[in-house]
Design a protein around this ligand. Structure first.
Ligand SMILES: Nc1ncnc2c1ncn2[C@@H]1O[C@H](COP(=O)(O)OP(=O)(O)OP(=O)(O)O)[C@@H](O)[C@H]1O
Length: 707
């Protein structure tokens, strides 16, 4: 029996453990010194802060740690397929097992002496499940004992009974490690095994082509040399039959490539969409961004299919060239083929231009449509009905005209290129056929070459059209792909964790602070000095457009200064990272910048704390709501904290929304809360009540308001 806990790593060495596992699993982690989890994290290993720490540390190494929950019935699958992964085991999940290789019978763990150790999967399974099963084992054994079973059969019956009865109980968490979706593309492709699969696919297709050419050669020999013996026909049949498994293998590998690469691309685009710079989303508007997101679907479907099909086309072309070179009119055939391929390139480029123009007009149409939907209620109230659809027809006509041009160009490509070549290729063989100057077998092989090139051209058209679509879609998705590349850069800082700032000590200090919006000539803020200490209650007043919200955003780490310095607890943004900064300062932005997500009220309140919440967090959310005067609303809502709110849920009033935003900031349990005009919509009595709650609960507060 192996002492598995001795092979585990203590939580205090979690950073080192992640680095070692990632390096041994070939994930090429970024080599970076990670600070150990702080005392606050280690104090309660059962708390979600450990999981947040692990996720942040993985991001620092350029990796992604996906938390996977499993029930007892799913443990075997997890141990088989999750590697490389970190399993939390032992009391409170305070020990980490590093799963390097999974399996059904044996697993490989990385021990604290950095050596891989093979251990039986059943023992790891027992360690993971026993804390949940142990309390009920006695009852299960008593039940089985009444059946009279003995020895191993008794053990097995107890296990099966427990698994059957308790299969859905949740057991410990695992963190599956993989390269971050923002990692260099080549590393992602290699980690997913896509390069190896693409090579296998090309190999199988080349084998299929070789088999087909051999089959032609054989049939040519049979027909022209007049052989009639059965052995040759059987060999021909065998060659054709061998093509079947070749094709099946290709279909399976291609499906696998499409699925894996599709998932990879989706993850990258999602990361990019969430990391889009704030100013870009403002500048482009929801409509254009929605259009871009819709276009990204084409990147996957067209790009992947186009890539595979083009690979096949290139192989078919490459096989046709030597066959034609051995035919009766090699120079003429090869010259014609080169000219036809050049014509193909011209037609493809023309189609590409039409496709890009059509996509741009469609994007404009989506933008127009979304703007109309967002402003629908205002238009209903303010605009005469006969003007609602003013531009619609003109926009539709523009889209349809460009679509017609695209269709024409595409049909020329699809119809002319492969069929035209067939006519030309066969015509070039006519002299040899008529004069009988070449042996029949050579003519037959050349016909095969012409057909193969035609197949290559037809495949090329399909692949090129798909790649064109993909190219246009990539251009649309570019902001997201770029944002994905920089998504993890510095977001998690050095993962420092330290206790709350003591009373009277500075939390945020700004010196010589300046800020200028991109594209603006004059700075909004210049030479600002400000210090906010724990226990401070500050009010920032000023005229409209004076830069109050901008200063609030700088304090909350939502923007970086263009000159000067802002320090939080003595540390700068790169050291703390955006994630670290937000754990210390929470902001309730202005009304038009803040959003009620269509989700339960509790989700909206606890957004910054992770989901699902603990009972204690729910109780805290309930208490804050009541202190802010939302108690009566909670009573009225049939589902209380679980009531769906947002655009399609319970519609909150202006004042209720602003208190939800205040509660959301207070519940983040931070050193400093920045409230930007959060009280403007409240009547005097409610305002006093809300203010009392903020002053009691916040360790320090900066309130932005008009005089
Ligand atoms: N994203 C942006 N891009 C360019 N300029 C901006 C941007 N956001 C704000 N501004 C400009 O910067 C100036 C300061 O804006 P800010 O919102 O900080 O002022 P404020 O004092 O909070 O105003 P108010 O009291 O009206 O909310 C304004 O002139 C505004 O137009």
């Amino acid at each position: 029996m192996v002492d598995l806990l001795a092979l585990g790593w203590p939580l205090a060495r979690a950073g080192e453990a992640l680095t070692v596992l990632a390096a041994q699993a070939g994930l090429q982690p970024r080599l970076r010194e990670l600070a150990a989890p702080g005392a606050a994290v280690l104090a309660d290993p059962a708390d979600a802060s450990v999981e947040r720490w692990l996720a942040g540390a993985a991001a620092n190494l350029g990796l992604e740690a996906e938390a996977v929950d499993t029930d007892i019935a799913g443990v075997d699958d997890l141990l088989r397929a999750a590697a490389p992964a970190v399993l939390r085991v032992g009391p409170g999940g305070g020990t980490l097992l590093l799963l390097l290789r999974g399996g059904r019978r044996d697993l490989v763990l990385v021990a604290p002496d950095l050596r891989p150790r093979r251990v039986p999967a059943a023992e790891v399974r027992r360690l993971v499940c026993e804390p949940v099963l142990a309390p009920l084992r006695g009852r299960a054994e008593a039940l089985v004992d009444r059946t009279g079973l003995k020895g191993q059969r008794r053990e097995r019956a107890v296990e099966l009974l427990l698994r059957e009865r308790l299969g859905v109980l949740r057991v410990g968490r695992a963190f599956v490690l993989r390269p971050s979706p923002a990692a260099p593309l080549l590393r992602l492709l290699r980690a997913e095994g896509l390069l190896a699969r693409a090579t296998a696919l090309a190999g199988l297709h080349a084998a299929e082509l070789a088999l087909m050419i051999a089959a032609w050669a054989l049939i040519g020999d049979l027909v022209f040399a007049g052989r009639t013996d059965a052995g040759w026909s059987q060999a021909w049949l065998l060659l054709l039959l061998t093509i079947v498994p070749c094709r099946m293998g290709q279909a399976a590998i291609a499906g696998d490539i499409l699925q894996r690469a599709g998932a990879l691309l989706k993850r990258r685009l999602l990361v990019g969409a969430l990391a889009l710079p704030d100013d870009l989303t403002r500048r482009e508007g929801a409509g254009l961004l929605l259009g871009r997101v819709l276009e990204t679907a084409a990147v996957e479907s067209l790009g992947l299919r186009g890539g595979l099909v083009s690979l096949v086309a290139a192989l078919e072309f490459a096989a046709a060239v030597p066959i034609l070179a051995l035919g009766p009119a090699p120079a003429l055939h090869l010259a014609l083929l080169a000219a036809w391929a050049a014509l193909g390139v011209v037609l493809v480029r023309r189609t590409g231009r039409h496709l890009a123009a059509w996509t741009d007009t469609r994007g404009e149409l989506t933008h127009h449509l979304v703007e109309a939907m967002v402003g629908h209620r205002t238009r209903l109230a303010q605009e005469a009905p006969e003007r609602w659809h003013d531009d619609d027809d003109a926009r539709l006509v523009r889209v349809l005209a460009r679509e017609a041009r695209l269709n024409h160009s595409e049909s020329l490509l699809v119809a002319l290129l492969p069929r035209g070549w067939l006519v030309l290729g066969l015509a070039a063989l006519l002299p040899a056929f008529v004069t009988g100057s070449a042996p029949p077998a050579t003519v037959a092989a050349a016909i095969g070459g012409v057909l193969l090139a035609q197949r290559g051209l037809a495949t090329f058209v399909v692949g090129a059209t798909a790649l064109l679509g993909c190219g246009v879609a990539v251009r649309q998705a570019l902001p997201m792909l770029r944002a994905a590349e920089s998504a993890d850069a510095g977001a998690h800082g050095l993962m420092l964790s330290f206790p709350p700032v003591p009373e009277g000590q500075p939390i945020v200090v700004a010196r010589g602070l300046g800020f200028r919006y991109p594209g603006r000539e004059r700075p909004v803020l210049r030479d600002v000095d400000l210090e906010v200490a724990a226990g401070d209650r500050l009010l920032l007043e000023g005229g409209s457009g004076g830069g109050k919200s901008t200063l609030g955003a700088l304090m909350a780490g939502l923007r970086e200064p263009t000159s000067g310095l802002v320090l939080l607890a003595g540390l700068d943004r790169p050291t703390l990272g955006l994630v670290g900064w937000r754990r210390r300062v929470a902001a309730a932005p202005q009304f038009h910048e803040n959003h009620v997500v269509t989700a339960p009220l509790a989700f909206n309140l606890l957004m910054g704390r992770g989901w699902p919440p603990t009972q204690a967090q729910l109780a805290e959310a309930d208490a804050v709501c009541r202190e802010l005067g939302l108690g009566e609303l909670l009573e009225r809502m049939p589902s209380g904290l679980q009531q769906m709110v947002g655009e399609t849920g319970w519609q909150l009033s202006h004042g209720e929304r602003s208190r939800l935003f205040i509660a959301r900031a207070l519940l983040q349990d931070v050193d400093l809360v920045v409230l930007d005009e959060s009280f403007a919509a409240l009547d005097p009595a409610t305002l006093q009540q809300a203010l009392r709650c903020v002053l009691t609960r916040a360790r320090a507060v900066l309130v932005i308001a008009h005089p």
